[in-house]
Design a binder for this molecule. Structure first.
Ligand SMILES: Nc1ncnc2c1ncn2[C@@H]1O[C@H](COP(=O)(O)OP(=O)(O)O)[C@@H](O)[C@H]1O
Ligand SMILES: C=C(OP(=O)(O)O)C(=O)O
Ligand SMILES: [Ca+2]
Ligand SMILES: [Mn+2]
Length: 645
């Protein structure tokens, strides 16, 4: 017996007897640092995150031009040069970087009196980072960023979980005072050029004071003749990833040749405006300067401000080119039949345009030009409250790696999202690239629309689930832009509140609503489009007594519009609103088609119907003086197309 411990184990040399030798060569590194340096492969020559000049003189030159353009964007208006900018994460660049200023040519030591600490520091630029890189930045540096179980990036947008329309201002100058819609009902609250510059300086100084800023260079509008180059400068990886998803993503070649942007957003996020600044009514300010082609965001981190701010810009630029900008979703059938879905927030544009049997062109912002429709964006922004895999599988499956999930609540261990949880906000959102929807139509363009669907979520429960509109009614309802949501599920809220938002997007239009309405009428007539009013809201009673129309029924209605079945149905006319409603429709219970039949209390129905009619009438008063089209005939017809009682 061996006296000194356990017997030695003999390892047999089996040679040919084992299946194969699966041992691998050791790593090709002498140190741990060297090992880590092997992990990251250099990006290819046309991936525009190159920092070195190792890819030839031309690439180096383009890289330098890009940096100069960014430095110029970030330049103060009162100092001579832009900040010293350098690409890349400061945490990964210990050595002194190469300096790039906006005006490289006369780079001398500035006069003593001129020098400030900010002139001595570098502003690191994280330029068009990939989603993976942005995830890492967000998780490492932005509190409230987590990877959920499906791979999406959960973020918190801070104190603001929705847009701030009362803090959105537009510079009123000689041109815009003539061109834009100002006054009652208009979303354009004025500010002067000087105040804009004060806020711009504040945002730029804040951004330049940071160790690093994110810069996205991207496109808007899939129509190649009318695309816009946009630059978004922001303080958070969350904002950069959001815009990466929502705008059109350039190819490496397009990015290399990007040049100067057509429009720039300075998003200072949580950094507030100075409340002693003229015009400021809160700590939040979203400022649009059309002449300078710039937008400044102070005091809100809600990412939707950027998306919808750019939409406003399109609502100004496109009509100048006879192109109609639309707050609508858009999809296309197998035979090329295009449908538009107009509607205010929460009425179903995203839900109903995302249709497994049709090609998705876009969920929210489109242009209708002489050639057809084009999506303005490169992504979708879906509401997620009560999202279910069964009812909305395509949206559910789009919430994966790369998707930004705003303000959702999830299990702290499994990171599984609870879509019913409204603890942070009811306005939980997912922003994903459009190609995350399996049948997205890329490029996102299509022929002239065949059907124009106006969505209203009527919490009064008196509008029919579907009605066919004539042209005058279409204009009447388009200009009215009605919906009535329930303010929330908080206790005490029994009454739905009617919202009227001209062109189903008054917060974003820049010209008078009748300008867009006239263009819509002209285009619909020219291309023979049929319009429909679809109530995605209540039936059988108002909110509280009735119930929301089943999504499955609304989908059946929409299917029948697309297929042409509904066009050939039998119709009767409703009282008060004079809407043409089908008497029968396969898959939808006939008793809900005429809302009066669905209400047990007919008296209450009539009372509610008249109440809503009154609200419509009151809202339309401001539009009665405006002329639509060349003569007054259409205007008269439109007025007559409203409720009669
Ligand atoms: N009958 C219905 N039609 C459309 N949406 C419905 C219906 N019933 C419930 N919903 C819900 O209403 C919401 C519509 O929101 P969304 O499609 O994001 O609107 P929008 O894009 O117009 O802001 C979704 O959460 C959807 O699930
Ligand atoms: C993002 C928005 O759009 P919607 O709710 O229409 O999807 C919004 O209005 O801020
Ligand atoms: Ca939407
Ligand atoms: Mn929208």
């Amino acid at each position: 017996m061996a006296s000194n411990g356990l017997p030695k184990i003999e390892t047999q040399k089996l040679e040919e007897e084992i299946c194969h030798d699966d041992s691998v060569a050791p790593v090709k590194a002498q140190t741990v640092d060297e090992l880590h340096s092997l992990q990251l492969k250099k990006s290819g020559p046309n991936t525009p995150i190159i920092q070195q000049t190792a890819f030839g003189a031309e690439a180096a030159d383009k890289n330098k031009q890009q940096l100069q353009s960014i430095s110029a964007s970030l330049a103060s208006l009162t100092r001579e040069t832009g900040p010293k900018v350098v690409k890349g994460d400061p945490a990964k660049q210990p050595e002194t970087p190469k300096v790039v200023h906006a005006s490289q040519q006369h780079q001398q030591t500035p006069a003593f009196g001129n020098i400030t600490d900010s002139a001595l520091k570098f502003t690191h630029i994280l330029y068009n980072l990939s989603p993976a890189e942005l995830y890492e930045q967000a998780i490492q540096y932005e509190k409230g960023s987590f990877i959920t179980s499906s791979g999406a990036l959960a973020t918190l947008s801070g104190a603001k979980t929705g847009r701030s329309p009362r803090d959105k201002r537009v510079v009123k100058d000689d041109t815009t005072s003539e061109e834009l819609w100002w006054g009652k009902g208009s979303p354009n609250i004025e500010m002067d050029e000087q105040t804009f510059l004060v806020n711009r300086e504040r945002a730029v100084d804040y951004l330049c004071s940071l160790e690093k800023v994110f810069v996205n260079d991207q496109f808007l509008n899939w129509d190649p003749n009318n695309k816009l180059k946009v630059r978004i400068v922001s303080a958070r990886a969350y904002h950069s990833l959001f815009m990466h998803n929502m705008c059109i993503r350039p190819t490496p070649e397009e990015l290399e040749n990007f040049g100067a942007p057509d429009f720039t957003i300075y998003n200072a996020g949580k950094f507030p405006c100075n409340r002693y600044t003229h015009y400021m009514t809160s700590s939040t300010s979203i400022d649009l300067n059309l002449a300078r082609r710039e937008m400044v965001i102070l005091g809100t981190q809600y990412a939707g401000e950027m998306k919808k701010g750019l939409f406003s810009v399109m609502h100004y630029l496109m009509p100048k080119r006879q192109i109609l900008s639309l707050h609508s979703g858009c999809n296309m059938g197998k035979d090329g039949d295009v449908a538009l879905f107009f509607g205010l927030s929460g009425t179903g544009k995203t839900t109903l345009s995302t249709d497994h049997n049709r090609y998705l062109i876009g969920d929210d912002e489109h242009c209708w030009s002489g050639h057809g429709v084009s999506n303005i964006e490169g992504g979708c922004y879906a509401k997620c409250i009560d999202l279910s895999r069964e009812k909305e599988p395509d949206i559910w499956n789009a919430i994966k790696f790369g998707t930004v999930l705003e303000n959702v609540v999830f299990d702290e261990h499994t990171r599984e999202v609870d879509y019913t949880d409204k603890s942070v906000t009811e306005n939980t959102r997912a922003a994903y690239p459009i190609e995350y929807i399996p049948n997205a139509k890329i490029p996102c363009v299509g022929p002239h629309p065949k059907n124009v669907i106006l969505l209203a979520c009527d919490a009064f429960g008196v509008l029919p689930p579907v009605s066919k509109l004539n042209l005058a009614q279409t204009m009447y309802h388009f200009i009215s832009g009605y919906t009535a949501l329930v303010a929330g599920t908080e206790e005490g809220i029994k009454e739905p509140t009617a919202t009227f938002s001209a062109c189903f997007g008054a917060a974003f239009i820049m010209l008078h609503p009748t300008r867009y309405a006239a263009m819509l009428a002209e285009k619909m007539q020219k291309h023979g489009a049929t319009a429909w009013l679809v109530n995605t809201g209540w039936s059988g009673g108002s909110y509280g007594t009735g119930s929301r129309i089943k999504l499955a029924y609304t989908r059946k209605i929409i299917d029948a519009i697309h297929s042409g079945e509904l066009l050939n149905a039998n119709y009767t006319k409703t009282e008060v609103f004079g809407l043409e409603i089908p008497t029968e429709l396969g898959g939808v219970p006939s008793e809900i088609l005429d809302p009066v039949n669905a209400w047990p209390d007919k008296g209450a129905y009539k009372e509610t119907l008249l109440k809503l009619g009154g609200l419509f009438r009151k809202n339309f008063e401001v539009f009665t003086n405006y002329k639509i089209g060349a003569d007054n005939n259409l205007t008269e017809e439109i007025l007559a197309a409203g409720p009669n009682f």
